[in-house]
Design a protein. Structure first.
Length: 161
């Protein structure tokens, strides 16, 4: 069952690369008492994710935060090494959270997993964005076509804030 507007996010633990190595970040730590924009991609370094989806959020970071958002995070079913390398190579290191959902635990729990085995990727996340307030989903934007980042892109999210 896919998570819906008004639902509380399930408890999960992500990993994020830091200068001191990986740190665990729980959904409680990330979302409790905060307004957070979370967007998910099928994979770090993939074309649409790297050329469109992530750059939009990095370019609009200040405008999003100015709308009363406390944090922005990108999530992918990748390991923390890959997410850390993507953060560094994209210029996003220290600007937004790059969360590794390494076992797709969170992605499956919210019902937004996709089997991309036919393309050699295995189980990944659908492309989406959501506004989360104190752990509760306030808006949810799932792309119908994985190669596009329009309804889940930064411009669409800015309109919703």
């Amino acid at each position: 069952m896919t998570i819906a507007i008004g639902d509380k996010l399930p408890a999960a633990t992500f990993k994020e690369k830091t200068a001191d190595g990986p740190v665990e970040i729980t959904t409680e730590q990330l979302f409790a008492g905060k307004r957070v924009v979370l967007f998910a991609v099928p994979g770090a370094f993939t074309p649409t994710c790297s050329l469109n989806h992530l750059p939009g959020y990095l370019e609009n970071r200040d405008a999003i935060l100015a709308k009363g958002i406390d944090d922005i995070a990108v999530l992918a079913v990748n390991d923390w090494h890959v997410m850390g390398a993507w953060a560094q190579s994209s210029g996003g290191l220290g600007k937004i959270h790059f969360l590794a959902d390494w076992d797709a635990g969170f992605t499956k729990a919210v019902g937004l997993d996709a089997d991309l085995s036919a393309g050699g990727l295995g189980v990944r996340s659908k492309r989406y964005s959501m506004l989360v307030e104190d752990g509760v989903v306030k808006s949810l934007n799932v792309e119908e076509t994985p190669g596009q980042a329009t309804v889940s892109g930064a411009a669409a999210m800015l309109e919703q804030l």
